[in-house]
Structures are given as C-alpha cells and as structure tokens.
Design a protein around this ligand. Structure first.
Ligand SMILES: NC(=O)c1ccc[n+]([C@@H]2O[C@H](COP(=O)([O-])OP(=O)(O)OC[C@H]3O[C@@H](n4cnc5c(N)ncnc54)[C@H](OP(=O)(O)O)[C@@H]3O)[C@@H](O)[C@H]2O)c1
Length: 271
C-alpha cells in the first residue's frame, strides 16, 4: 500500500513538473509568438485575424475580454489564440501579465492600443481642448507603451525575432501632421510616444532588438455605421492596412531599429 502511494505521488509530481502551465495551454512551443494590445476591435482585431491565418501563437489583450465578441470567436476556433485582460494604463496589471508569461518568449510585441479621437472631437480648436482627455491620451498612447516595453523587454529578448512594433501616427509628426489647429490631445501624445520609442531604441540597439514605430495610414475603424459610411472614401479598410503593415514587419532587420516607418511603402517618416 505504501509503495503504491509512493508510486502515485511520484507520478503526480512528475506530471506537475512536466505539464505545460495552464496559462500557456493554447500556445505551442517553438512557434512565433505575438502579443497584441487593443486586440478586440479595429486594427488590433485585424492583426489577430491575419496572424491567426499564419498559425502563430497570439496573446491577444483587451480591456474587457467578456465584451470582445469577435476576438473570443477567433480564440474559440484557434487554441493558439489566448485572450487576456489588459488596460495599458494599469501598471500592476502589466506586471501581473508579464509574470504570468515569464517563461514565454515573445517574438513581436505589437503595441496597438490607443486612444484615438472621434471625428467631431478631432476638429476642436484651442478653446475646445479637453484637459482630462489630454492626460488620458498621454497615459494610454505614450506612457502605456513605455511601461509595456520596459516590462516585456525580457520576453522579447528571449525570442527569435526580437521585435517591438508600436502603432504611432503621422498626426504626431511635426513634419507631416496637417498644418491645422486640430487633435491637440492626440497629436501631442503620439509625439511623446515617438520620443519615448526613439530614446528606447538606443537601448534596444545594444540588446540586438528591433524597435520600430509604424504609421498605419488613414484606416476606417469607426464603430458607428453612419460615421463608417461617411469616412469610406477618405480611408482604407483595416484588412488592407494590416496586410501592408505585415509586409513591412516581415521585412524588418536590426538596421531598422529606431525608425518610424510608413505602412505601405516603408518610407521613413520624419519626426
Ligand atoms: N485608424 C487610423 O486611421 C489610425 C491612424 C493612425 C494611427 N492609428 C493608431 O493605430 C492604433 C489602432 O487604431 P484603431 O483605429 O484600430 O483604434 P480603435 O478602433 O479606436 O481601437 C483602439 C483599441 O485600443 C484599445 N484601448 C483604448 N484604450 C486602452 C487602454 N487604456 N488599455 C488597453 N487598450 C486600450 C481599445 O479598447 P476598447 O475597445 O476597450 O476601447 C481598442 O481595442 C492606435 O494606436 C491608433 O492611434 C490609427
């Protein structure tokens, strides 16, 4: 009896030691792994769509996974897509997610989540600047990605591709943003993001990582059907933008570290 008990204990302890952690249950060892923020809609969701077709492991994060209907539907059909809750302004949450995946190399850290202005609020001039929105835009668009790269640097360093791709915008470029008084909150937060990443690229260069900022173009990610229709002729669809962004990402080398690249022609966008 005692021998049988000892045998059972040994078998269970070996199983506990060798079984993959439940958290990584869907992720397959040895496959390219991408972590995408803001994966429940817009460009982030389209990234999940197109990367799922490649059969890659995806850690798809959303602020409210319970409401992420389309993302959950993709994950239900594709076990290598794992949905996680993450608000990029919640630094303790970022730490907890990084700890949960501490042994998981992340080939591409894809920082897509962003606070983008709605069309009417984008047109507001100085008198209409919303200071709460300005602070929130900094937290989401600039400080959030900075905290993400600080925390997930070890995961990216441990991977094969070692890439950090951050969605920025020409709206944050002094050279290429419209010569108009508009999008105060958004433009400044993206300019701050660019400077944070420009600065971090001196560190990623030393570590053999490639960090780039990408402009996705004018993409129709409006949720309101009327706005979607109104913007149709002025924008491209997320499928086209992401398809072209992926061509740029596929072509990245360490020589691109620190660049701000355009999605369709790989042109370097001036700050
Ligand atoms: N669409 C364009 O034309 C365009 C142009 C230039 C640059 N970009 C940039 O490209 C990225 C994606 O744009 P998009 O058009 O797809 O945006 P979107 O449709 O507005 O989606 C934004 C995503 O970010 C998430 N998000 C917002 N605040 C967050 C937070 N605090 N923590 C975590 N996630 C948060 C949203 O989650 P919820 O659903 O929970 O709000 C959503 O998943 C953004 O960084 C944007 O600035 C877009």
């Amino acid at each position: 009896m005692n021998r049988r008990l000892a045998l059972l204990t040994a078998v269970f302890s070996i199983a506990a030691f060798t079984a993959p952690a439940a958290v990584n249950a869907g992720l397959e060892a040895g496959k390219t792994t991408v972590l995408v923020t803001g994966a429940n809609r817009g460009i982030g969701l389209e990234y999940v769509n197109q990367l799922t077709a490649r059969g890659w492991n995806i850690i798809a994060t959303a602020r409210k996974p319970a409401d992420a209907v389309e993302l959950n539907a993709i994950a239900a059909k594709n076990p290598q897509v794992v949905v996680e809750a993450l608000d990029v302004t919640d630094h303790a949450g970022i730490d907890a997610l990084a700890a949960k995946y501490k042994d998981q190399p992340i080939d591409i850290l894809l920082l897509n989540a962003g606070l983008t202005p709605s069309y009417p609020s984008a047109m507001k001039q100085l008198a209409g600047v919303d200071f709460d929105k300005a602070r929130e835009s900094f937290e989401v668009n600039a400080i959030g990605p900075l905290k993400m790269i600080q925390t997930f640097m070890p995961h990216v360093s441990a991977s094969t591709k070692k890439q950090i791709v951050v969605l920025s915008s020409k709206a944050g470029s002094f050279a290429e943003s419209p010569k108009l008084p508009m999008m105060y909150e958004y433009r400044a937060s993206k300019a701050a993001l660019d400077m944070y990443m420009y600065t971090a690229a001196f560190e990623t260069a030393r570590k053999g990582l490639t960090l780039v900022l990408l402009s996705p173009g004018q993409v129709n990610t409006q949720q309101d059907p009327k706005m979607r229709e109104m913007m149709r002729n002025m924008t491209i669809e997320a499928s086209e933008s992401v398809g072209k962004q992926l061509k740029v990402i596929d072509s990245l080398t360490t020589a691109d570290n620190g660049k701000f690249l355009n999605f369709e022609d790989r042109r370097e966008i001036p700050w």
